[in-house]
Design a binder for this molecule. Structure first.
Ligand SMILES: C[S@@+](CC[C@H](N)C(=O)[O-])C[C@H]1O[C@@H](n2cnc3c(N)ncnc32)[C@H](O)[C@@H]1O
Length: 293
């Protein structure tokens, strides 16, 4: 049996999208298709236009979504291209858009070097058509650029030291695997700060490099306003984020969207029950905004 990415805050997504009321929805981050399927089930008249930049995710989700026939269309694209996707679909206005950001269960369990816990080549591309990989970033950027990326996207206070050590080690031999990168970070961050803790000390550095490789923040900055242009009156944008950097960015983008009112004064968090069942949901935060009429 196929194991799917467990969709996070499923009930909350359906509620905040008002998916039971019926309409056309965009799932900007199809992944395993769990949210898309729930939207399709919420009302038999619902249609979903789904986007993902990962071809493997699309292949898997398509199998799951077969029973829904032409109620769902799937596009291999970046969500910043949502305008072009809608044009290809012949749709101008939609009733809701979901962004469930970040990596999926498949990325973490796969072989593209997204996790510090497995020895794999440093890749981290969500879209394999893209040229730039994590290995290029780690081996080719200057010490200053690496320090900036690790500080900005990882909010890692040891960023400068980590960058310096990366550059020192790659002079001896290129850094090619997740384990090599993780070991560099372990050697830089004082042991008393991480020994005995569950979180690996290199998690922030990995997050930073992944965000840079996939231009994740630029995608959010372009994707949300682009989707907003196609929302019908009363339609909503719902975004689930997984770290503070994304959440702050989404909060600020929402504030500046003309003609929208924020529905969630404070971000909605998963219930304790959900976190118990799916620990990966623990840092999720959901925000929603609505197009005013
Ligand atoms: C957290 S998963 C989504 C899980 C999905 N909601 C589900 O129920 O299975 C995020 C997905 O979004 C995709 N993704 C991330 N950034 C993207 C972007 N800028 N454009 C298109 N897809 C993106 C990733 O490839 C990944 O499959």
């Amino acid at each position: 049996m196929e194991i799917y990415h467990p969709p996070v805050m499923l009930k909350e997504v359906i509620k905040y999208l008002k998916a039971e009321e019926g309409g056309i929805f965009i799932d900007a981050t199809l992944g395993g298709g769990g949210h898309t399927e729930a939207i399709l089930k919420a009302n038999p008249k619902n249609r979903v236009i789904a986007i993902d930049r990962d071809e493997e995710a699309i292949e898997r989700a398509l199998k799951r979504l077969e029973p829904y026939g032409d109620r769902v269309s799937v596009y291999h694209a970046n969500f910043s291209q949502v305008g072009e996707v809608l044009e290809a679909e012949g749709v101008d206005r939609v009733d809701g858009v979901l962004f469930d950001l970040g990596v999926s269960h498949f990325h973490l369990r796969g072989e593209r070097g997204f996790t510090v816990w497995k020895e794999q080549p440093l890749d981290m591309r969500m879209d394999r058509r893209q040229k730039l990989t994590a290995k290029d970033v780690v081996n080719e950027l200057s010490e200053k650029e690496l320090a900036e990326i690790i500080l900005k996207y990882g909010e890692e206070r040891f960023a400068r030291k980590i960058a310096r050590e990366i550059v020192r080690r790659r002079k001896v031999k290129p850094i090619e695997t997740t384990t090599e990168l993780a070991k560099i970070v372990e050697d830089v961050i004082p042991k008393k700060l991480w020994i005995g803790k569950r979180k690996h000390p290199a998690v922030k550095t990995f997050q930073a490099i992944r965000i840079y490789v996939n231009r994740e923040l630029e995608e959010i900055e372009q994707g949300i306003p682009a989707a907003a242009e196609h929302l019908d009156c009363g339609g909503r944008i719902v975004v689930i984020t997984f770290h503070s950097l994304e959440d702050r960015l989404v909060k600020n983008i929402f504030k500046e969207l003309p003609g929208f009112k924020v529905v969630t004064k404070k971000p909605i968090e998963p219930t304790e029950e959900e976190v118990k069942e799916n620990p990966a949901a623990r840092s999720a935060k959901l925000r929603a905004t609505e197009k005013e009429c």
